[in-house]
Design a protein around this ligand. Structure first.
Ligand SMILES: Cc1cc2nc3c(=O)[nH]c(=O)nc-3n(C[C@H](O)[C@H](O)[C@H](O)COP(=O)(O)O)c2cc1C
Length: 150
């Protein structure tokens, strides 16, 4: 059975909701899903999975790359990890009020590229809470990855 590890960073629940939507999509396809919050997760947990997903909000507080504070250790560990042979995908919520809209998504995608994992679908960026259009985009993101695994 194909295994999916979904890691999310969420302050007010938008990214957790997105992670839930993806989780359901993968489960409906018969994949085994394991989901956890970023500060409770080691990057090594990706080693047990075939598909590695990150869902993260963006936070501009002057820290590196606008990565959520509680996700910085994970981000740094990811840069040092080899995920050759695995598929990755990144999504995230942000707010276009900020100049650096959803940049944490791009930083995580760049970090995954360094791990030698293969991108399973283009990243999805969502404005605040996912609306119907965003849910369709997330479903499409999951389906693209599901097809790559078959
Ligand atoms: C202090 C602060 C700084 C933020 N900085 C950014 C930013 O630089 N870029 C961005 O796209 N969103 C930024 N956001 C918006 C959050 O990423 C957005 O509210 C997101 O939906 C939160 O996701 P969550 O509900 O999963 O916590 C910021 C929010 C706060 C409160």
């Amino acid at each position: 059975m194909t295994k999916v590890k979904i890691v999310y960073a969420s302050m007010t629940g938008n990214d957790e909701d997105m992670a839930d939507i993806l989780s359901e999509d993968f489960e409906d396809a018969g994949f085994e899903v394991n989901m956890s919050e970023i500060s409770q997760t080691e990057v090594d947990d990706y080693q047990d999975a075939d598909v590695c997903i990150m869902v993260s909000y963006t936070y501009s507080d002057g820290l590196e790359g606008n990565i959520p504070d509680e996700g910085l250790d994970f981000y740094h560990d990811l840069l040092e990890t080899d995920l050759t042979g695995k598929i990755y995908g990144v999504c995230g919520s942000g707010d276009t009020f900020y100049q650096d809209f959803c940049v944490a998504v791009d930083h995580f995608a760049a970090a995954f590229e360094q791990t030698h994992a293969q991108q399973g679908a283009p990243s999805v960026k969502v404005e605040l809470a996912p609306d119907q259009d965003d849910i369709a985009k997330l479903d499409h993101f999951a389906q693209t990855i599901i097809q790559k695994c078959q």
